[in-house]
Write a protein that binds this ligand. Structure first.
Ligand code: NAD
Ligand code: MG
Length: 403
């Protein structure tokens, strides 16, 4: 059993909290260097006082005084602001859990990659927007990216990476989300509360909405393309409402290897935290007889056009995946705040992709420029739509505010 020093970027989120739960399940095995969060200073302070890192960083500097007061006398150093967050990410550790949501995780993840070690990567948006850059940086600094996303953890466990020529297809499964069987007309009226109510997984608001539009699976195709150096045509998606089989790899001899477990992020987190060893995780054992049956079907791309858009961006490469991601982040936020309807999320992404200039991305500046331009366009689009239909404007849904 190897002892590990760990930093969690995004410690107050759904993944961050599950990572802390997995570590608490193995007393003595993990020590904490730093915990970070953006807004939720109370949750950060509570997590720090329970898990005893050396450092706790709140991204929003307005919360520094509150953090300092909450941690006074604890011996845990408080810090605030973007630079402090990057400094925390740069501290050498054995494992960094990259669990910030959205493009905001890109710079901190790159900072962690610079010190090498294992990156337990949940922050898929940084691979979607800057996959080549992130994979290059990891190779250059000798960092190991171990996926936390359940599908990618599954693929990592069953893919014979040494023999890519033997692999025929890699299939990512998708639960189908809460609107799997809803007709389009009903989806048009879907509320944020309905969209974040995932049937199988309890997750943060952004990824929950992504699961409802199936954009999450589109982002995951691009994530898999980069993580496993797979050609886009090798990648497939199957709807699997039980969320028991997390992904499948088909080989040239007809064998299909799949990884299965109950839908609980503690399993992929335990896998990434202990890799290349294994550890006990606080999860229920999988009882297939109790599950009874496993079902699979093809996704309906007419009702879920996000998949097609993601495939187009993946095939085009260059700046388009970054544009897709940025427009989606803006549109999801606009939906959660009540400014646009559910179907407008993917429409906004499509319009942003249509007008985007697809340039090659040579470095971080190029990624941030493509991200910024797409974000500005999508923002204009979503607020323009809101202005056109003032009657539909709902009050800001505060419960969906960032952690
Ligand atoms: P979440 O919203 O629950 O938590 C996000 C975390 O990021 C919080 O700690 C928050 O403080 C921090 N954060 C938010 N904005 C930030 C900013 N601007 N700067 C710095 N920190 C910021 O999200 P989540 O569901 O835990 O997801 C985190 C990541 O993991 C996402 O990329 C998501 O796609 C991925 N993921 C999540 C799950 C899941 O089960 N939740 C599964 C697979 C992948
Ligand atoms: Mg996933």
């Amino acid at each position: 059993m190897t002892q590990r020093r760990v930093t969690i970027l995004g410690a107050t989120g759904s993944i961050g909290r599950n990572a802390l739960k997995v570590m608490a399940h193995a007393p003595g095995r993990f020590t904490l260097e730093a915990l970070t969060a953006q807004e939720n200073v109370e949750a950060l302070a509570a997590a720090a006082l329970a898990a005893r890192p050396k450092l706790a960083v709140i991204g929003n500097p307005a919360h520094f005084a509150a953090l300092k007061q909450a941690l006074s006398g604890s011996g845990i150093a408080p810090a605030a602001g973007e630079d402090a967050l990057l400094e925390a990410a740069r501290r050498p550790v054995d494992v960094t859990v990259a669990a910030i949501v959205g493009i905001a995780g890109l710079k901190p993840t790159l900072a962690a990659i610079e010190h090498g070690g294992i990156i337990a990567l949940a922050n898929k948006e940084c691979l979607v927007a800057a996959g080549e850059l992130v994979m290059r940086a990891a190779a250059q600094h000798g960092a190991r990216l171990i996926p936390v996303d359940s599908e990618h953890s599954a693929i990592f466990q069953v893919l014979d990476a040494a023999h890519p020529g033997w692999v025929k297809t890699v299939t990512l499964t998708a639960s189908g989300g809460p609107f799997r069987e809803w007709p389009l007309e009903r989806m048009r009226q879907a509320t944020p509360e309905q969209a974040v109510c995932h049937p199988n997984w309890a997750m943060g608001p952004k990824i929950s909405v992504d699961s409802a539009t199936l954009m999450n699976k589109g982002l995951e195709l691009i994530e898999a393309q980069h993580l496993f150096a797979l050609a886009p045509e090798t990648l497939a998606v199957l709807i699997h409402p039980e969320s028991i089989v997390h992904s499948l790899v088909a080989y040239c001899d007809g064998s299909v290897l799949a990884q299965a477990s109950v839908p609980d992020m503690c399993t992929p987190l335990a896998y990434a935290l202990a890799w290349p060893e294994r550890m006990d995780a606080p999860v229920k054992p999988l009882d297939l007889a109790a599950v009874g049956g496993l079902t699979f079907s093809h996704p309906d791309e007419a009702r879920f056009p996000a998949l097609k858009l993601a495939r187009q961006a993946m095939a085009a490469g260059g700046a388009l995946p970054a544009v897709l991601n940025a427009a989606n982040e803006v549109a999801v936020r606009a939906f959660l705040q009540g400014y646009i309807g559910f179907l407008d999320i993917v429409k906004t992404v499509e319009k942003t992709l249509d007008q985007a200039d697809n340039k090659p991305l040579h470095g971080l500046e190029d990624v941030l420029a493509a991200d910024g331009a797409a974000r500005a366009f999508a923002l204009k689009k979503t607020s323009a739509e809101a202005r056109e239909d003032v009657s539909g404007l709902k009050p800001l849904l505060r419960k969906f505010a960032s952690h």
